[in-house]
Design a protein around this ligand. Sequence first.
Ligand code: PEP
Ligand code: MG
Length: 774
Amino acid sequence: MAVLWLDEIGADDLETVGGKGASLGELTGAGLPVPPGFVVTAGTYRSFIESAEIDEDLFDAVDVDADDSAALADAADRAQELILETPFPDDLREEILESYREVGDGEAFVAVRSSATAEDLPDASFAGQQETFLNVTEEDLLDRVRECWASLFTQRAIYYRQEQGFEHDVVNIAVVVQQMVDAEKSGVMFTSHPSTGEATMIIEAAWGLGEAVVSGAVSPDNYVVPRDDGDLDVTVAEKKVMHVKDEETGETVEKPVPEDKRDARVISDEEIDQLVALGERVEDHYDAPQDVEWAIADGDVYMLQSRPITTIDESSDAPDPVDDTVNAASGVTDGSGAVGATAGSTSQPSGNVLVDGLGSSPGVVSGPAKIVTKLDDLAKVAEGDVIVTEMTMPDMVPAMKRASGIITDEGGMTSHAAIVSRELGVPAIVGTGNATTVLEDDQVVTLDGDKGSVLEGQEVEPDEETEPVEEVRPQSPVKPMTATKVKVNVSIPEAAERAAATGADGVGLLRTEHMILSLNQTPESYVEENGPDAYTKELVDGIRSVADEFYPRPVRVRTLDAPTDEFRQLEGGDAEPHEHNPMLGYRGIRRSLDRTEIFQYELEAFRRLYEMGYDNVEIMFPLVNDAEDVYAAKRQLEAAGIDPDKRRWGVMIETPASALAVEGMAAAGIDFASFGTNDLTQYTLAVDRNNENVADRFDELHPSVLALIGDVIETCREHDVDTSICGQAGSKPEMVQFLVDEGISSISANIDAVRDVQHEVKREEQRLLLESVR
Ligand code: PEP
Ligand code: MG
């Protein structure tokens, strides 16, 4: 038998039908309303490649050095070609088509999905690409099945198996063929609270097919249903788009939601009751809380998938994320948006203040100071030391990881030291002005990264030291449900895992500067010495490590934006132009559009990532001023072989000019505009963001900055362009409130602030809702 019907399959058939097939079979067997279908088994795939005698060629073709991007691309092409060009044996063809004809009387639209079997692999979904084709009919069915098989050999899947040290032939693939539900409404349901395990069901619902909810294309309504007594809590979102079947082509298309349905509640009380009953049945069946995908068509409720919820924090008396007491109880917001540590009062330092500055990464630590004035000094930094330096540089990152704390003379809250130490979770104080002259080598100091003060002596024992908040209070990978997305900023790829563990909805800003500056050579000098391919590969590797960690959550990658004074310190830096004011100079898109040859090598990295299947990568251009800049950048995308209509790309709003010109940029086709408030504030107020003498005038909440932001959000909403913030101010509660009120689409925060921002967003959304009904 080449195929097994869903009602013939149970949970034990994992090896034959893969994870997805086994789960659907199990649910069908339990009498749950799963749309009918069958699975082309993993054994069928295996006998297909063996009887056609392509198996050995296939495994030889993919036995390559996965770090060699060109070889990897060739291997994937060759392997996929072998599968796609091998014809089906007649008997197999007939069996699959006949089974199809039994589903929905031969006229059904079916969904065709790969279901990888990779028992020993930590993540089978990576091992075999999760290919899905919707609204397939008899005509295309066999091609789609073959494409699912070929998805075992995408560049990303090959790379992943190679990285994990697995042989390619341990992974097989089954294909689920299942009748499509032409859903009027659909969504997901958690049968218990996904982080606290509390007895509430949480339902998310939107119009049309469920892909829009699962992929994050739409902000769904949110229904919190207490399972004992208690009131239903409904948050109706503005649902701009829906995925539906195009009646003519049968393809799934994204359409605007009709005006009268945009703000309308999606599911009725009766439908909630039906979903809750279904949730209870599936939870009873598995005896564990479940995460369910559901759909409603013609009044019938269907269940499309169910997985156990793995994110409940068993250990915790974890506070309820929708409860306003969370922050008050742990005292974690200090009004500056920085998230403070939760040490008991006994560990608060009280000695002499030696120097003070801006507390830029939270936590309290003690250790011997190490004054670093040149790179050679880094060797003396041991585990637990406190680095004291003028300003940190990319080369210092390995030592910054070893250090227990970081103190700098220069810099503000958005400087390299501040950004990187926050991402590494190392307490830091920046902009002290004189720490390198006041402090002495080996002098034991206590650094309070919340208050910004450095005290004499050891005020805390190592076991009392406080760490960034998410390590003190375990973070659930699932965020409180909010209509406004909450994302995270990443500047060093090493921080990606920590960033992903926050449960953020994606990366709102991935800075690429660190990937380049850490080569210790300017891009031009690096390309000259190592060739363009090596340069592209550095970017591919850096971006890929973050895109993998977040897949399929979106990762917004910014093209290079470093000022010439940072490049000047690197090898090849002598060739950099001398500028009176580098912040107003040759940086961001200005440099890229002037040095298009190098820019093309950079964009080639994106092209390769798309080719490798990283469809979660988005491209963001920094420091644009007007539509002309945007059209020029778009032409560069096209020149690099990237189709701007197929990929998501956008700009940063960092200058008043760009804020005033956003309408023209919308016409140029941007998908999103993201506020870089670090620069927008410095350029609006004429306050150098790195100058400690005017640090007290650096005010992201200044009415003029807010007026520009508010106007941009309004214009973008009119033109269906998403808005976001990725500057430091996105981590501040007051800014979050303002942005949610204005209707921003997403907020990207520092790693340590994600959890608080999620709560702040939730609270503000609830406040707005209450206000609207009172
Ligand atoms: C900003 O300007 O707010 C921003 C996020 O970019 P950067 O800090 O890298 O200039
Ligand atoms: Mg900027």
